[in-house]
Design a protein around this ligand. Structure first.
Ligand SMILES: *Cc1c(COP(=O)(O)O)cnc(C)c1O
Length: 378
């Protein structure tokens, strides 16, 4: 039997053709024609003022930390249950991360626990929309406004998700996207910074272009370009943008196939889950999810490890993720200890993610479902 991977990048159709076009045009460095098409696509579909492709979501987050002018000793409030980059990008600036626990239902940062973590040094709250299900943005934005704290969305999971009718990625002053191989849309490694507060646009262009005003030069706004600020090289090659645009072009089909896969899982493991004290993802009725992943919460760590092994024995790869960041080696440097974020600690032991990719076939998905249903939690 052929192994079923956890993830597999799928082609949408025109990837090779567009890469070839980029080569023919002869502009394969950053900010060529395909990058412009990707920017237009994101700005149009999301209705954001400015989208800038980056080499990764990690780098978009680093740009956010630079744009917010965060200084050593400043603090940000972040969920402990997230990918390392959500925090690392800020720690690079000398920022101290203050870890917040998550909600039991959506596994998003618990907005009711944020305010007590705010100090005179708090400069930003980073909201991660786990599995693309929106955080409680009304409360979080109100908190940010009341305390004069920026709200950044790490929307790596959430492209095309909605919170109360509003698109994720358009709510914080800055938001970041990932086009890593494991995300809904990919170019291997890639990302984007979405800018919702126009005061950041000009400086974002400069930071992304090595601290130069090269973008203004190309628009004819200055007659030579020069070094004007700090910066780095955060723009991807147009070859990658060509690949990504081919994916964007078919975004509705990609999302439709992911929604079918997700619903099929839910429908077919629901009864088994009920009998085995397994919790399925919770999506509040005012959130629209973008079908990024299918996870389940097993009753115990033993059951979680048992199911991973059970599936592996049948050549099906499932994964767990997010070891609590406050308990990581780095997290402990800021005094993180067991009990700080009890929900995160429990959930981290119990999450399992099933194989999920655009081209997961019905037959393979049936194999996964049957294997899951053979497993008893005991
Ligand atoms: C994937 C991911 C990132 C990092 O994305 P890269 O593009 O690989 O840098 C950041 N945050 C979250 C929540 C992610 O899932």
């Amino acid at each position: 039997m052929k192994p079923i991977p956890f993830n597999r990048a799928s082609l949408a159709g025109n990837e090779f053709r567009y890469i070839f076009q980029a080569l023919e045009i002869g502009h394969i460095s950053g900010d060529g024609g395909f990058t412009a098409k990707c920017h237009e696509f994101l700005e149009r579909e999301l209705g954001v003022g400015k989208a800038l492709l980056t080499t990764s979501c990690t780098h978009a987050l680093e740009m956010a930390a630079l744009l917010l002018d965060l200084q050593p000793g400043d603090e940000i409030i972040v969920p402990s249950f997230t990918f390392v980059s959500t925090v690392n990008a800020f720690v690079l600036r000398g920022v101290r991360p203050i870890f917040c626990d998550i909600r039991e239902d959506t596994l998003n940062i618990d907005e009711r626990k944020i305010e007590r973590l705010i100090t005179s040094r708090t400069r930003a709250i980073v909201a991660v929309h786990y599995a693309g299900v929106g955080c409680e943005m009304d409360s979080i934005l109100a908190l940010g406004a009341r305390h004069g704290i920026a709200v950044v969305e790490d929307n790596a999971h959430g492209l095309f998700g909605k919170f109360r009718g509003k698109k994720l990625g358009t709510l914080g002053c800055l938001a970041t996207q990932s086009f890593h191989e494991t995300k809904n849309f990919t170019c291997g490694e890639g990302g984007a910074l979405l800018i919702n507060d126009s005061q950041y646009i000009e400086r974002a262009e400069i930071i992304r272009e090595k601290g130069t005003n090269r973008n203004r030069f190309f628009r004819g706004q200055v007659d030579k370009y020069t070094w004007v600020d700090v910066g780095s090289s955060y723009l991807p090659s147009d070859v990658l943008a060509a690949f990504l645009f081919a994916q964007f072009e078919h975004w509705e089909q990609i999302q439709a196939s992911r929604s079918r896969i997700w619903e099929y899982y839910r429908k077919n493991v629901k009864e088994w889950a009920g009998q085995n004290r397994v919790k399925l993802p919770f999506v509040p009725e005012y959130c629209e999810q973008p079908w990024h992943m299918f996870y389940m919460l097993m009753p115990t760590l033993g059951a979680r490890q048992g199911l991973i092994a059970h599936l592996k024995a049948r050549e099906i790869l499932s994964v767990f993720h997010y070891l609590p960041l406050h308990l990581s080696e780095m997290g402990q440097r800021w005094g993180g200890k067991e009990g700080d974020c009890p929900v995160t600690e429990r959930v981290s032991d119990c999450v399992i993610r099933l194989p999920f990719y655009n081209e997961l076939s019905n037959g393979d998905q049936d194999r996964v479902v049957s294997a899951v249903r053979e497993f008893a939690c005991g």
